[in-house]
Design a protein around this ligand. Sequence first.
Ligand code: BGC
Ligand code: BGC
Length: 607
Amino acid sequence: MLKLRLAAILSLAALGCLIATSASGPRPLSSFDPQANALLEKMTLDEKVGQMTQPDQSFLKSDQDIAKYFLGSVLNGGDSDPKEGNSLEAWTNLVDRYMKRALETRLSIPLLYGVDAVHGHNNVLGAVIFPHNIGLGCTRNPALIEKIERITAVEVRATGINWGFAPCVAVPRDIRWGRTYEGYADEPDGVKELGAAAVRGLQGDDLADPLRVLACAKHYVGDGGTAYGSSTIGPHLLDQGDTRLDEKTLREIHMQGYLTAIRAGVGSIMPSYTSWNGLKMSANKRLLTEVLKDELGFEGFLISDYGAIDALPGDYKHKIAMSINAGMDMVMVPERYEEFIANLKEAAQDGTVPMARIDDAVRRILRVKFAMGLMDKNHSLLADRSLWKQFGSAEHRAVARDAVRQSLVLLKNEHGTLPLSKTAKRIHVGGKSADDLGNQCGGWTITWQGRSGDVTPGGTTFLQAMKKAVSHDTKVTFALDGKGAEGADAGVVVIGETPYAETNGDRRDLSLAPEDVAAMENMKAAGIPVVVVLYSGRPMIIDKVLDKADAFVAAWLPGTEGDGVADVLFGDYKPTGKLSFSWPRSMAQAGMHEGDLQFKYGYGLTY
Ligand code: BGC
Ligand code: BGC
């Protein structure tokens, strides 16, 4: 049954070969086993354990620890900038410095350096920030997604980093979840093709391509399917919760993105913080080993989520053994690396973790390193600083602007309100997000949670974009609260959510903020046609403004290129986006996918 399903998906993928990079697909990772095994044979237990350990750079007591513990990998959390500051140069120097440390070890095994490049190289000031996945899902355009990730890979490589924790192939089934925007769609069909396109964009055809990076499909599996109220952290609702589904449903909804990502050659997969029917994924041997590795043939390695094994029962040694024995290959510790190393070593020595399991884990990591060409003497391991000139470049921003245009979904347009005219006498703009780049980008932007305001240089807010777009004789006026619109030809209010990430985004109530409703009402009180643009990481409850609005555009979290929104409002680009999420009328419909919804999956107008 599953084979049949897989065959159907593969033939679909073959049909879509316009986007496939090569007929043969990437070389199987296990074909690097002769080299990986030869190296493995030379390794001591300390060296093997080091390959399986991934600290967050901000917790490294000293750079020397990379060599001292033979570390195979380091990551940057969403808040761990270089101590020297958040500049392109500081990032690149840091990564190069770490790589040199790894090369000082006996076997000189190069480092994998991982970062959350989830909508561009979003930790680094000045990077181009693309729309979050929810917006990309509405484009229905795999070729575009491939291009975006290809650019992201170049910006990541410009800092010397060789691994991105993306794409997220979650199928978020309940929009109250704080990570909804990280998913392309709430239906598997909307995820599987785009996830594979992202893998191709990041990794290319050949992992050894110095302009690509290792990808990581996450969070395996069922992260978007947790039961409301099942969160295992604090007072939260869905994040890191429990996915209560039978295996068939889990496979049909939440596994689809992994089938296509594996087919596209994804080299790493991140097991989820969540549980499946009460058992944490970090310890789920059935799903990690039997299904993912044995049945689906995943030949890369598994990297645990940030500190995820801490949530397992027992003492630290027990947690480690439970996870590694279930099939985890590398552990994102991120702080307790010395303790992790000591405990894993002990577990290997006393047989709590069989040596064969350790060897399998290390072999998988080494396969990927060989496939990436890291062991190749002719392969430069340090950053290619000539890529700096492409970082945040106009060319990259142009692609992001196009992505914004294609991601917008027109939900309502009465009396021909849209497109607006560039030669109108006056357009009045309002709303808290109209001139706020941070709100436009959302979470995972420069910091883990993101922030309102001037979050990164080089971008364009919606208000700035409007001013650039109109004719000489057109005035664009602005008032945060939408007042003062009298006499304008039209008004636009930009409202919605303020930035958040992960658990902090879990919400009971997705109604619009009172100030947002007021901005709309103030504008409407002037008796002019009003367009509402919503910046949000998910559908919201919009009944308070939808009826009064003459036009309504769901713009998601578009990122740094606000020009893309103006392009659509002025009709330079006619809307093509279609909802990749069901849109409820009220909170009572949250998590519903059919019935009398406000807007159905696939809805989207044009002009
Ligand atoms: C998130 C992952 C992320 C990791 C590293 C975790 O909290 O769940 O998506 O890749 O942190 O920052
Ligand atoms: C880090 C994130 C990480 C999160 C996990 C934060 O401090 O910056 O990268 O995902 O912790 O809880």
